[in-house]
Design a binder for this molecule. Structure first.
Ligand SMILES: Nc1ncnc2c1ncn2[C@@H]1O[C@H](COP(=O)(O)OP(=O)(O)OP(=O)(O)O)[C@@H](O)[C@H]1O
Length: 714
């Protein structure tokens, strides 16, 4: 093992715009005021507001930490952009950023969160009638467009961190371009519109009047102001966005608040984990105070680095052990995620072990050092096989820049890149847009529901792979969402209304016909959250035993239903004799005793209530199949027939549609039972192809219940 001093870094000074006045000794409010004033963006407040006034679309590129996300919405509010009742909406690619930035801005404005400043993410809306500055995920705004195609309540929409090019951002850009055109046209032409049609382009049942491939009809001129659109990032290629928006103006905000020194290694590193550990300890033992943020590829890597840090700490003298670790990754319960934002106790140094969830937008107080091995786990999708793979790839330059930008937000910072400078030069400028590497069924369904029938010719900023679109259309057709004429069917329209993946939406519709919607609602809610079961490495045996008490011989779906019902029964019993708070506290203890992730369960309960409301509004029949498990398993086959697999002589499984050979994931209750035929919800590729969330079915049910696919296969 290399010694702790093995990492040698060459220094590459990065930026120097020191402006470190920080009112440590003032009261918090004064300190915040001071901080705001010292942000580079504060110097150009007036100019920026003018630019927005003069341009309907504006691209703003400014260094990380310069104040774009937190300040621009406040400047625009002050500049009168909400005067006519309009809202300023800011989209973020990640939930954690939407939440934490909204919290910060509400604090800066001195108002409780959810009033003037709020946030909305899927299944969580912290806004009110008073909200004027609304942070949200890009996916959420996309769903809002389904109900309100003109996004009429917004006067300004800011697409932040556009360089990330998430699938939702790309689709949003196309929609926003459309909305903007329609709203401007309303004003300039003041066309003679049908004043009786108060639903603005929606047919009487709420559907978009789809005459012209989603191009919105000019609407009542008096009703809308033009939509101001701002595209923002620290690291985007302004030219691409400007061209897409017909030569939109781009402005660059110069300067950063604090410098970040970048260091590279002299030699290539062969073991990234070891190199990261060495660097963490170098910083801890040799550098001044300040917390450390380390970028790792996933939960497993984070857990092993955390374990190794604790092992190495034990070898150090007592006085050097004041180092605390905090993990953050997407499936971590959010109360644990939020712990990274708490200040470290006096005398201690915090090490945050993060995936790229902490890469953009967020400010983690106390971070002075960033350790960046230059790797990221990226999702890729093979449309032919229907396989989602998570593979480790090198970051782009844009990602490296974002990562280093997490330091230097409260004072000068340092970023240690665990690769050579020559390697950095070879990195691609930006990451491959998600739309080019993801399953598109959900997007295609949403676009169709928005009236865009010809998805292939939709004005994407960058066209997705044609095969991927065609395959998504094929799956939607098999699910009954799209007709043979390539139109959205009634079922498809119902599916698009639900905030779920198309297969899950379809499962709810099928279950109402089978008479087991109560069970399917639970099942879908539980499948929509990550990591219901909690299996700490040191208590694997105990957690497995706990799982056995809920396990159903029919598979993971009924096991999830059993967990949910047991928890609900426990809660209801307690709630009869105790207050709700006490009953919730007991439920958390029950979860802990049963190795269940209480936050995920709570999330599932919330999702359950929301989708229950949704299906009731849609008029679906919510009944239970009681003890008729056979009926429920048949329903699973009817709902999830697109993902079925048959056992092979060697115990592996052959996926019926693609022919791919897969294994049942060890976390499944059917891992050992190995039934003849299964349906599953998830196919992941790590070192093997695994299927997760698996249930036992009879192959003949597929032929009977999905004849359009299986009768042909014989
Ligand atoms: N939660 C917070 N706690 C303390 N300071 C904060 C917080 N959020 C923001 N700040 C301060 O405000 C500055 C500007 O943050 P902001 O997110 O607006 O920058 P940005 O230009 O959008 O950066 P990025 O491109 O990295 O998203 C930060 O550098 C930091 O000094």
């Amino acid at each position: 093992m290399p010694s702790m001093s093995a990492n040698n870094f060459s220094r590459n000074s990065y930026h120097n715009h020191p402006n470190q006045t920080k009112g440590d000794f003032f009261a918090r409010k004064q300190k915040i005021e001071q901080q705001r004033k010292s942000l580079p963006i504060a110097a150009v407040e007036r100019r920026l507001v003018e630019e927005v006034r003069n341009n309907d679309t504006l691209i703003i590129v400014g260094e990380t930490g310069s104040g774009k996300t937190t300040q621009i919405p406040q400047y625009l509010f002050k500049g009168g952009f909400c005067r006519d009742g309009g809202i300023i909406g800011i989209t973020q690619p990640r939930r954690v950023a939407a939440i934490t930035v909204a919290k910060r801005v509400s604090e800066e404005c001195g108002v409780p969160l959810g009033q003037k400043v709020g946030y909305a993410i899927r299944f969580e809306d912290v806004t009110s009638g008073l909200t004027k500055i609304k942070y949200m995920t890009d996916g959420l705004l996309l769903r809002e467009a389904l109900l309100d195609p003109y996004l009429s309540k917004y006067s300004v929409i800011i697409v932040d961190e556009a360089h990330e090019r998430t699938i939702h951002t790309d689709v949003l850009l196309g929609l926003l371009k459309n909305v903007q055109k329609a709203r401007s046209k309303c004003i300039s032409e003041a066309v003679n519109t049908d004043h009786n049609n108060s639903n603005n382009g929606h047919a009487s049942d709420g559907r978009i009047d789809n005459q012209n491939n989603g191009i919105l009809k000019p609407c009542q001129a008096k009703k809308y102001n033009p939509l101001k659109l701002i595209i923002m990032s620290a690291s985007l290629d302004a030219r691409v966005f400007s061209e897409y928006f017909g030569g939109a103006r781009a402005v660059h905000v110069q300067g950063r608040q604090f410098p970040v020194d970048i260091f590279y290694t002299h030699k290539p590193e062969t073991d990234c984990i070891d190199a990261a550990l060495i660097t963490i300890f170098q910083i801890h033992l040799e550098e001044g105070p300040g917390d450390i943020l380390v970028f790792l590829t996933g939960q497993e890597e984070i857990e092993s680095v955390e374990r190794l840090i604790h092992e190495r700490l034990r070898q150090l003298p007592e006085c050097n052990r004041k180092l605390l670790t905090f993990p953050i990754y997407s499936s971590l319960p959010s109360e644990k995620q939020m712990k990274v934002f708490m200040p470290s106790p006096a005398g201690y140094r915090k090490v945050i072990l993060a995936t790229n969830i902490a890469e953009t937008s967020v400010t983690i107080p106390g971070i002075k050092y960033v350790v960046d091995p230059g790797l990221v786990k990226a999702r890729t999708y093979d449309p032919k096989m229907g396989v989602d793979s998570l593979i480790i790839v090198t970051t782009s330059k844009a990602q490296a820049l974002q990562r280093s930008g997490r330091a230097g937000r409260e004072g000068p910072g340092k970023c240690y890149r665990l690769y050579q400078e020559s390697f950095f030069e070879k990195l691609t400028d930006s990451t491959l847009p998600e739309i080019k590497r993801c399953d598109l069924s959900n997007v295609v369904l949403q676009l169709k529901a928005l009236g865009i029938d010809d998805v292939i010719n939709f004005d994407f900023i960058e066209k997705p792979d044609r095969t991927a679109i065609v395959n998504s259309l094929w799956s939607l057709y098999l699910l009954g969402a799209v007709t043979e004429e390539n139109k959205l069917s009634d079922v498809g329209y119902q599916m698009a209304k639900l905030p779920l993946d198309p297969v899950y939406s379809k499962a709810l519709i099928v279950a109402s016909q089978f008479g087991c919607l109560k069970e399917m609602l639970i099942c879908v809610a539980m499948l929509s959250v990550e990591s219901i079961f909690y299996a700490p490495r040191e208590k694997l045996e105990e957690s497995r035993n706990a799982l056995k008490s809920f396990a159903s011989p029919d598979g993971d779906h009924l096991t999830l239903v059993n967990v949910y019902r047991a928890a609900d029964e426990f809660f209801q019993k307690n709630n009869m004799v105790n207050s709700k708070e006490k009953a919730e506290k007991s439920l958390r203890k029950w979860c802990k005793d049963n190795y269940i992730n209480s936050r995920s369960l709570k999330h599932a309960r919330d999702i359950h209530s929301q989708i229950l409301r949704n299906v009731e509004q849609m008029g679906l029949r919510v009944t239970s199949c009681e003890d008729d498990m056979l009926l429920f398993c048949r329903c699973l086959a009817a709902a999830f027939f697109l993902k079925a697999a048959v056992k092979q002589p060697d115990g592996a499984y052959r996926v019926t549609l693609s022919g791919l050979i897969v294994q049942i994931h060890p976390s499944s209750v059917l891992f050992r039972a190995k039934p003849e035929c299964i349906i599953f919800n998830e196919l992941v590729h790590t070192n093997h192809s695994y299927v997760r969330n698996v249930s036992r079915i009879d192959y003949l049910w597929l032929v009977e219940l999905a004849p359009h696919l299986y009768a042909l296969q014989g």
